[in-house]
Design a protein around this ligand. Structure first.
Ligand SMILES: Cc1ncc(COP(=O)(O)O)c(C=O)c1O
Length: 418
């Protein structure tokens, strides 16, 4: 087997330092198996962060669907084949009726980029509104629309004049704030806008569920400013929140555009944008084409992902396992002062660590130490949030009750070290 040292040496030669390695000391992973990753030294890790491998690493049904289609036909969406229309119709069946037209692309970034183009073409406006701490993708436009990036290391610090940033509606850190007022004022100060690009539950901003009524207010405020509501479901979609297929469905709001990515292909590079027929026809005759988007292999894989979600009742499992995690984490919070807040829905959870429950001083170093010692115990986690003090849990949805219980007991041991 190739040695880790020689792989790292080759990485340093051929891969930009701009790409960091996950989980501190490099992990040499050689195989994925549902909720587990196997390292070259034989260690099996429980993967609690990979929300891409939604129905499990190398899920046999998905692998088989891709292999079968690859040996039969792979072409592009200028040809007519049943896989594409069946798949789009299946996805649109999970959405409110008016969101009936889908575009298939290859990554969440491409999908968000297309969503913003659609919003601009449809509204005739240019400016966009986003939420503080958000990440929406790596293209030039999306870096400008991602405060997580432009305010982070290497970023310009300031937003572009066409980008308007609204504070995070964080009920833990700002319990007395009027978040709807922030929204209304932020959008009205922005003037005419093309849209609000917002995750239906905030991920990079610290695993923050939106307060009740927030998305409804957002929809009416942004439409009042001439723009569209774009729901970025790249991290939180496909049933992860348990109660619904799409996290925006927790609210009464129906977005004008919904963006899907990451879990959609269980690791196969694909993404989608759904919108109304009227908005979809906004390009004024300019053609849309993506060479790989919606190819027959992607559609077969996407269909298999949907089959597994339904066949294995994974939304219900997300609710059950999420609750089990929540109860366990709440009880750890009672005995460990470091845990300031436990939040989330289904299998999209955050544990906010603080040094002082009064001042909410972030325990960023401690959070990172817990993540490192969980890795030593065979569990992969990571931190997020503007203060880097939120441990996130967003695993493949095929966990078992034993995985949850083991994680909780290991977390208890790690927290006892403080
Ligand atoms: C919320 C959100 N939107 C969009 C993206 C971009 O997706 P991709 O990396 O597939 O381009 C990401 C990626 O992390 C994301 O978390």
């Amino acid at each position: 087997m190739v040695k880790l040292e020689s792989l790292l040496e080759a990485r340093n030669r051929h891969i930009s330092q701009a790409l960091s390695i996950a989980h501190g000391t490099p992990l040499h992973i050689v195989r994925g198996e549902m909720q587990y990753l196997h390292a070259s030294d034989g260690t099996r890790y429980l993967d609690l962060v990979n929300n891409v491998s939604h129905v499990g690493h190398c899920n046999p049904l998905v692998v088989e669907a891709g292999q079968r289609q690859m040996s039969l036909l792979n072409t592009n969406s200028r040809y007519v084949y049943s896989g594409l229309t069946e798949y789009l119709s299946r996805l649109s069946g999970t959405l409110p009726g008016e969101l009936s037209v889908g575009f298939m692309v290859n990554s969440g970034s491409e999908a968000n980029e297309l969503a913003v183009r659609l919003a601009r073409a449809h509204s005739g406006n240019h400016d966009m509104v986003v939420i503080e701490g958000a990440y929406h993708g790596h293209t030039g436009m999306l870096i400008d629309l991602s405060p997580y990036k432009f305010r982070g290391p290497g970023g310009k610090g300031e937003s572009e004049p066409w980008v308007h940033v609204i504070p995070i509606p964080d009920a833990y850190r700002r319990p007395d704030s009027d978040f709807n007022k922030d929204l209304r004022e932020g959008i009205s100060e922005a003037g005419p806008v093309a849209g609000l690009l917002i995750e239906s539950m905030l991920s990079c901003a610290g695993q923050v569920p939106l307060p009740r009524g927030y998305l409804d207010e957002a929809a009416s405020a942004v439409r009042g400013a001439g723009g569209l509501l774009i729901a970025d479901e790249v991290q939180v979609g496909f049933g992860r929140v348990g109660s619904h297929m799409w996290a925006f469905q927790e609210s009464g709001a129906v977005p004008d555009i919904v963006v899907m990515g990451k879990p959609i292909g269980n690791g196969h590079p694909m993404a989608a944008v759904f919108t109304t027929p009227e908005i979809a026809s906004s390009f004024g005759g300019m053609e849309f084409f993506s060479t790989f988007g919606g190819n027959p292999v992607s559609c077969a894989i996407g269909m298999a992902v949907m089959d597994v979600i339904e066949r294995d009742g994974l939304m219900k499992r997300a609710s059950e396992l999420g609750l089990r995690f929540r109860y366990g984490l709440e009880s750890l919070k009672e005995s460990h002062e470091l845990i300031g807040d436990v939040r989330g829905r289904g299998l999209f959870l955050g544990i906010e660590m603080v040094r002082d429950r009064g001042t909410l001083e972030p325990a960023s170093q401690e959070a990172s130490t817990v993540v490192d010692s969980m890795r030593e115990r065979g569990v992969l986690l990571s931190t997020d949030g503007p203060l880097h003090n939120v441990i996130k849990i967003k695993p493949p949805m095929v966990l078992s009750e034993e995985d949850v219980d083991e994680t909780l007991s290991k977390l208890g041991l790690c927290l006892s070290g403080f």
